[in-house]
Design a protein around this ligand. Structure first.
Ligand code: ATP
Length: 328
């Protein structure tokens, strides 16, 4: 549904998006993550036809954005980062205006607006002046305008930025619902949000894709060795040696000053939790805690995107460590 190949955008000498390739399938929710200035908005603006790419190949909803830009743009609904609305218009007027811009026939526009007002929970403010709405409601109006013409592809740039927690929950529910019906690409700085909403994540840094996969795949690929946290009552003296001999355990770290706390480094595929439990049972140790540490999407994001320009090969080492395949 979105097919971008070698997508590039240069501003003069500066390359903001550097030949990225990715696809988003029908009914998929994909999140684009990246630090400030990574090129997310530039990418989204190219996909929505607001910014011409310098190079590459791009189809949206099966329409080629280079050779058939008008048809391609019709396939897309776009919620920009700073949604521009007409503050003096009423919500209903604005949606009628947008329906007209999208070329919806009069007979279709009325029921479509009612349906969209309902699905974006705007009934209470339908006749309110946009300038008097709260930020959360304005965001919902922006979303309503983006989905009014039933686009096959929905692109949302930071859809929950600046909203309060209640509004965030409402918008997320709406996004999840929409994502089941449409192809959805969103950008966000909020990592738990991406983890919660997205089937797949694309991490971009300085205009390039540095990792791609489902949040779970990314966690597994970037986790490195598995870490188990073990707590034994009174810290039996032989525990480090016994734990260190268990299959899959590479190293045992005794936490300084904390009797009975151990950190077990295990090979990536190993899960010696049962063996730890049995070793404790056999020796009459009292097991107070046994937990596997998971890398969060945040850990992965920080690891992939914190290298300063010209800071050497740390990123290269991260790439070569736990992965089977190079990221595209
Ligand atoms: P943020 O998370 O801060 O919104 P982003 O990932 O969306 O960042 P972009 O807005 O796509 O990043 O910008 C990517 C790079 O391109 C930045 O270095 C930015 O300064 C630069 N850039 C964007 N628009 C222009 C422009 N019109 N002219 C020159 N450089 C630009």
């Amino acid at each position: 549904m979105i097919d971008a190949q070698g997508l590039t955008r240069r501003y003069g000498e500066f390359t903001a998006v550097d030949g990225i390739s990715f696809t988003v399938d029908e009914g998929e929710i994909v999140g684009m993550l990246g630090p400030n200035g990574a090129g997310k908005t530039t990418t989204l603006r190219m996909i929505t036809g607001f910014l011409p790419p310098t190079d590459g190949h791009l189809t949206v909803g099966g329409k080629n954005l280079f050779t058939d830009p008008v048809a391609a743009r019709r396939e897309v609904g776009y919620l920009p980062e700073n949604v521009a609305l007409y503050p003096e218009m009423r919500v209903s007027e604005y949606l009628r205006y947008r329906a007209m811009l999208e070329g919806l026939p009069r007979g279709q526009a009325k029921p479509r607006i009612s349906e969209t007002v309902r699905s974006c929970f705007l009934e209470d403010v339908e006749n309110q002046i946009i300038g008097t709405l709260s930020k959360g409601y304005r965001q919902r109006v922006g979303l309503a305008a983006a989905i009014l013409h039933h686009p096959s592809v929905l692109v949302l740039d930071e859809p929950t930025v600046g909203l309060d927690p209640k509004q965030i929950i409402a918008i997320r529910e709406l996004i999840r619902e929409l994502g089941h019906k449409q192809t959805l690409l969103l950008s966000s700085h909020i990592l738990p949000e991406v983890e919660l909403l997205c089937d797949r994540v694309i991490i971009i840094d300085r205009g390039r894709i540095v990792a791609e996969g489902s949040p779970q795949d990314l966690q597994e690929s970037w986790l490195g060795n598995t870490i188990l946290r073990v707590e034994l009552k009174d810290g039996p003296g032989e525990a480090p040696e016994v734990l260190g001999r268990l299959p899959g355990v590479v190293a045992v770290e005794t936490l300084a000053g904390e009797a009975g706390f151990y950190r077990l480094e295990c090979t990536q595929s190993a899960d010696p939790r049962q063996a730890v439990f049995e070793a404790a049972k056999e020796r009459g140790w009292i097991l107070l805690e046994l937990a596997r540490e998971q890398a969060s999407l945040e850990d992965i994001f920080v690891r992939l995107t914190t290298q300063e320009p010209g800071a050497g090969s740390e990123l290269g080492e991260v790439f070569s460590a736990p992965r089977e395949e190079e990221p595209s």
